[in-house]
Design a protein around this ligand. Sequence first.
Ligand code: AVJ
Length: 318
Amino acid sequence: MSGAPARDAAAMQRAALIADALAGLSAARKTLPCKWLYDAEGARLFEAITRLPEYYPTRTETGILTGQAEAIAAAVGPGAAVVEFGPGDGAKAALLLAGLRAPAAYVPVDIAPEWLEAAASRVAAARPGLPVLPVVADFTQGFALPQRLGAAPRLGFFPGSTIGNFEPAEATGFLRRLRATLGTGSRLLLGADLVKEVAVLEAAYDDAAGVTAAFNLNLLHRLNREAGAEFDPAGFRHRAVWNAALERIEMHLVSCHAQRVRLAGREIRFAEGETIHTESSHKYRPERLRALAAAAGWQVAATWMDPDRLFSVWLLDG
Ligand code: AVJ
């Protein structure tokens, strides 16, 4: 994209970032929506996270998709149109589609067109000739599927345990909307990270090399770059903590000392040790995931896990 529409989109994004930052940082418990972690630098850092020794989810899920490719293909059956929500670089879709029998199409859905191009070319390389029909949309809202899919059975694909970033009530609403978008009788292949030993979880979100810390702190750099904020990122440190009651890893930015920060004409005050909650990553027990799916109208058709039960992949019937 170029020209006025791209400039407008960037200006609208900036306005939304400032509005979210003002609202989140004025609250009694300071918070920022985790979607803002992913600017170009954030996306680059997340990519580096997926290759860390401590960060088990990506390689474990990829291992399941590879190792169980035959079983997944058999359960899905032939002729599926695969609709992926937030395809990233398309690596997992390429893996899935390479194993499926005669898939009808690949439909990556993302708000950011640059991701769609990366995913489209990756899948085109893995499955030459497969129609790729990208949709630019915010998949957390309702959107229309391409007409060209016709009557092909739909398979939603939502890997990566991105479902874990939603509060459980939001996750139910989101899964219900996906069912409405894909249509009754469609299927969904969903990746969900599992509850496990706290030390393993906390290390995955606070790695020795400090990549996750840089990923979290990039949010302050982004506010400085795009929202004209005046954060001193050295005045904050990364913390990842397991919230046992809510069964989630929380990422926070902890203020190292009392400080005031200017943001969009306002002054935000931080006490020493006060935090900005930047992300929640909910981990599921299999029975809870099953109940969450059922509450949204999905029934479990099959489940695959790695031998250590770190991660789960679910085929749901809608
Ligand atoms: C891509 C959102 C699933 O929660 O594990 C990784 C993001 N945050 N390390 C996750 C993330 C910190 C990741 N998700």
